[in-house]
Design a protein around this ligand. Structure first.
Ligand code: MTE
Length: 359
């Protein structure tokens, strides 16, 4: 097995997910193991890089990236980032998804993000009447957009004004690494990773969601029968808060284990502002379930790690897991009922086939 904690899907643009062996049992994902999701080449910005705050504001203002931490109070939020394409591989047995990265369960990770509150920056420039959304632009140019454009996104003003949304300058106690958006990135806890814009250059207060390609056209859930090539601005469901999800990290898919007692380990993440309240594990195809032990504390912004001891008989078996949240919602059973042409938001039950050797 590789020692590299990252499984590289693509070099240009650089895209890599965390191997399950590097995710398992860790509340915090180390920077060098944290997944990277890019849509274009990574821009190298200095601390002098400007961040312009404009749109529906009283005073259009530019900050140097390096100046933010001196101008505003520092805050830390421990938050899970999860790509909307996490667990896309679970869709591929249903139908192929051409042109999209086959992310397994490792397009997610949890870090301690430190920075300033977006709300404090907005208060300093003054938000004008009529504002409903806050848009972000990154410095990276992507030719995945049509026409090629910078990566961008937006969130509703109410979320932008919350305690938890940061303009982050540090990740796990270190200066934000290049691949995670240095010198300043947005962190929107509870929302799909695509809204946490890296290499931030612009914050625009708006009266509508961003018209950037990655908000208006991409990162939208299209009906199964749609051809994404025909999708235009506003088509499909705009992805915002993450859907309740979980996956099994150990044993890993397709591995061999010895019969007898086996500890199953994984993560669960409720998304939005919800918390994980229960995780069930089944080794008989969902006929019966045992409840996993939830580790750590319940927190809406972070995943919940869990473990569950099961006894496996020799042969082949598929271990299943499903999470519940504090609205008593549970994950849907089948990927087939969720399949969509861009392969977003696969939150069907976790399924890990294993071979069980006699002890
Ligand atoms: N920001 C910019 N500027 N460019 C990007 O390509 N990718 C987004 C988001 N922010 C992206 C971006 C997506 S889809 C995800 S899932 C997260 O960044 C991933 O953050 P990470 O690479 O730090 O893990």
């Amino acid at each position: 097995m590789s020692d590299d904690p990252l499984l590289v899907h693509e070099d240009d643009p650089y895209n890599a997910e965390t191997r399950t062996s590097a995710l398992v049992g860790r509340e915090i994902t180390p920077n060098e193991a944290f997944y990277v999701r890019n849509h274009g080449p990574m821009p190298r910005l200095s601390s002098e890089a400007r961040i312009r705050v404009d749109g529906l504001v009283e005073r259009v203002t530019e900050f140097a990236a390096g100046e933010l931490a001196d101008r505003f109070e520092s805050h830390e939020v421990t938050a899970t980032l999860q790509c909307a394409g996490n667990r896309r591989t679970g869709f591929l047995d249903v139908r192929d998804i051409p042109g999209e990265t086959p992310w397994g369960p490792g397009a997610t990770g949890t870090a301690r993000w430190r920075g300033v509150r977006l709300r404090d920056v907005l208060a300093a420039v003054g938000v004008r009447e009529g504002a409903t959304h806050v848009g972000f632009t990154g410095a990276d140019l992507s030719d995945a957009a049509d026409p090629p454009s910078e990566f961008g996104a937006s969130i509703p003003l109410a979320k932008a004004m919350s305690d938890e949304v940061l303009l982050a300058v540090e990740m796990n106690g270190e200066a934000l690494p290049l691949e995670h958006g240095a010198p300043v990135r947005v962190v929107v806890p509870g929302w799909i990773g695509a809204r946490s814009v890296k290499w931030l250059t612009r914050v625009e207060v708006r009266d509508a969601p961003s018209d950037n390609f990655f908000q208006a056209v991409s990162y939208r859930l299209l009906p199964a029968e749609t051809d994404p090539a025909d999708a235009g601005p506003g088509d499909g469901i705009s992805l915002g808060p993450v859907a309740l999800n979980c996956d099994i990290l150990d044993p890993a898919t397709g591995t061999e284990v010895h019969a007898g007692g086996v500890t199953v380990r994984g993560y669960a993440y409720a998304g939005g502002e919800r918390i994980v309240t229960r995780v069930d594990v089944s080794i008989d195809g969902g006929e019966s379930w045992c409840q996993a032990e939830l580790l750590g504390e319940a927190d809406p912004w972070t995943w919940r790690l869990w473990t569950c001891d099961v006894t496996l008989e020799p042969g082949t078996t598929t271990i299943l897991a499903r999470a519940w949240d504090d609205t008593a919602a549970a994950q849907p059973e089948h990927a087939a009922s969720l399949w969509n042409p861009k392969g977003y938001a696969n939150n069907s039950w976790a399924r890990v086939p294993v071979r069980v050797r006699p002890a």
